[in-house]
Design a binder for this molecule. Structure first.
Ligand code: ADP
Ligand code: MG
Length: 604
């Protein structure tokens, strides 16, 4: 075989393979160029999913006539000249390959007039053949037109999806760029129809909100915290906004959209216990890190970055989000009108919790009974709920001060041996007794664990557990965890474990050691080997809390009910059980008034 030099066209086409995957990547590169040129307004037009036409007009600094040819040449850039610059790169582009790549796989025209130039100039390239620069008439700024993308690389074109899908991706690329540039106006028109119109000069929060969807506005919390060298700013969704995919998580680093596992993981940790494990919070996060601390040149599209200290970034994100979520009042609210829209969002499995006995216990004593269907329909999960607004949050916070401190006599009603109902200042609160107690136990256990290993009690006769798999391996792997939670266990046979001591707290709550240990050992077997020790501990404590907590169906004494309601005050994240299901719901007086038609004075 003979070795030959690749032609410049082929080199550019190969580079294009990495940078320009689809029309949206082309849009991304061209929009980034416009931003680098200081544009205040960027208008994009596409036809047929961007396959036929992509046109981008900006009002930025423009390109000098004598540099037009160079702009289309590979490895030609105005943004980088030495390797040191790369450590402090302030522009989105720097590799000087986007225009050359696009030119090699399309029919490209650039028309531009730079600041102070008398007239515009224009250059055309077809399949990498650069034509002469011609004078043209046009305003300051640049107009880039890409026609017939991939016309000479049909294999790549074949990977494209429908026009509609490609158009949606183009819109996403523009939103990604727009998210961190509220100063700039953006628009997109698809086949003659305007689909995006973002005004410039707005606040970062307003822009972020546009990106996440205006309807989410009331359910977003603003985060703004600096931890060490990392600044974390963003809007994060209340748990109720959680979605089935991570598609609604927008992450940016120094103005660049990124995909980063450490950051995603930190987000998950911060929301752990607030949303169900298979759901993902909606959010937009902007991280600012000293550019010298990141390598953005890991991937041609720069969507992946390498942090010098990814642990610090992880910590900063997790802490900033945790702080904000802890300080926010996340109590969901019973809202009968919005019920239809939100039906089933938190479907609380009434069958599981429900011994639907038609009896009502008032502070422990039986006082009356009434139609259970009626109660059931009022508490139907389909009638649930929106997280409360800040104002309502304040009301509830105010009310909860009144409640547990006992300045007012607290009447607690137990319904169906499953729910507790209490009055608060602005209405009424329905509590899931198991879910709330589980959350309370969870926190007590975590607090105690921070002080040292849990107290344990020796068993008179060791509990013997048969397991699937290698007992020695299991016990060794879990020995640290066992020490912390007060379990003493050793190997009795190849698949047999003996337990000699068991956490006192579980004893007191009458949890069966054999049952508990079998489940724990079983679960640990299924767990991801990469699970951090913190996550493993969290899971065990979760399990302990669940086992030790009051169950649906348990009749509670007046004392027990009051102390459970009182615990609301001292418990973080009391509005969600450790699995992320709600522990309480609130029905406001206004809502009751509305539903009973009491709002007018006529019904006094
Ligand atoms: P890079 O952005 O990595 O420098 P590109 O191939 O995307 O490489 O662009 C090459 C050069 O063309 C840029 O460095 C810039 O000087 C110029 N350029 C491209 N697009 C524009 C634009 N919209 N306005 C002004 N200059 C531009
Ligand atoms: Mg560029």
């Amino acid at each position: 075989m003979t070795i030959v030099r690749l032609s410049p066209l082929l080199i550019n086409q190969i580079a294009a393979g990495e940078v320009i995957e689809r029309p949206a990547s082309c849009v991304k590169e061209l929009v980034e160029n416009a931003l680098d040129a200081g544009a205040a307004r960027i208008d994009v037009t596409i036809e047929q999913g961007g396959r036929r036409v992509i046109e981008i007009r900006d009002d930025g600094s423009g390109i000098n006539a004598d540099e037009m040819t160079l702009a289309l040449t590979a490895h030609a850039t105005s943004k980088l000249s030495s390797i040191e610059d790369l450590d402090a790169i302030g522009t989105l582009g720097f590799r000087g390959e986007a225009l050359a790549s696009i030119a090699s796989i399309s029919h490209l025209t650039i028309q531009s007039r730079s600041v102070g130039a008398k007239e515009a100039s224009k250059i055309t390239a077809e399949a990498g053949q650069i034509q002469e620069v011609m004078p043209a008439a046009g305003p300051q700024g640049t107009l880039v037109t890409v026609r017939n993308l991939f016309f000479n690389t049909p294999a790549r074109g074949a990977f494209l999806k429908t026009d509609q899908t490609e158009a949606r991706r183009c819109a996403q690329a523009i939103r990604d760029a727009a998210a961190t540039r509220p100063d700039v106006a953006f628009s997109l028109s698809v086949d003659g129809r305007q689909v995006l119109n973002l005004t410039g000069g707005v606040t970062p929060a307003d822009r972020a909100c546009e990106i996440l969807g205006r309807e989410t506005r009331d359910e977003l919390l603003e985060v703004d915290e600096r931890l060490g060298d990392v600044r974390v700013w963003g809007l994060i969704g209340r748990p109720g906004l959680a979605r089935a995919t991570t598609q609604h998580q927008h992450l940016y680093l120094n103005g660049r959209p990124i995909v980063d596992r450490a950051v995603t993981h930190a987000v998950r940790e911060a929301y752990r216990g607030l949303i169900e494990p298979n759901r993902h919070p909606l959010l937009l996060l902007e991280l600012q890190v000293n550019p010298a601390q990141v390598d953005v040149n890991v991937h041609p599209t720069k969507s992946q970055v390498r942090f010098r200290d990814s642990g610090a970034v992880h910590r900063a994100v997790r802490k900033a989000l945790s702080h904000r979520l802890t300080e926010a009042d996340l109590t969901p609210r019973l809202d009968l009108d919005r019920a239809a829209v939100r039906a089933g969002r938190f479907a609380n499995k009434p069958s599981e919790s429900g011994t639907h006995r038609p009896s009502v216990t008032r502070s422990g004593g039986m006082v009356e009974s009434f139609d259970s269907d009626q109660v059931a329909s009022q508490l139907d999960p389909a009638n649930i709920l929106a997280p409360i607004s800040d104002e309502q949050g304040k009301q509830l916070a105010g009310a909860s001060e009144v409640l547990p401190s006992g300045t007012r006599s607290v009447e607690v009603l137990q319904l169906h041996r499953t729910y507790l109902v209490v009055e608060d200042e602005g209405g009424m609160v329905v509590i899931d007794q198991h879910a709330l107690h589980e959350r309370v136990m969870f926190q007590q256990l975590m607090d105690r664990l921070n002080e040292g290993p849990l107290q344990s009690q020796r068993l008179l006769v060791p509990a013997v557990i048969e397991i699937k798999g290698d007992a020695t391996e299991r016990v060794t792997a879990m020995s640290d965890l066992f020490d912390r939670i007060g379990i003493e266990a050793d190997v009795m046979g190849p698949e047999t474990v003996a337990v000699h001591a068991f956490p006192t707290l579980l004893f007191e709550r009458r949890v069966d050691p054999v049952e508990f240990m079998s489940e724990l050992l079983d679960r640990s077997l299924q767990d991801d080997a990469t699970q951090s020790s913190e996550a493993a501990l969290h899971e065990v404590v979760d399990m302990m809390a669940c086992k030790a907590a009051i169950k649906a169906g348990d009749v509670l004494t007046e004392q027990e009910m009051k102390s459970l309601v009182g615990s609301l005050e001292e418990t973080d994240r009391s509005t969600r059980c450790p699995h992320g299901r709600p522990t309480l719901l609130r029905l406001s007086l206004e809502e009751l008034e509305k539903q009973f038609g009491r709002s007018s004075a006529a019904h006094q």
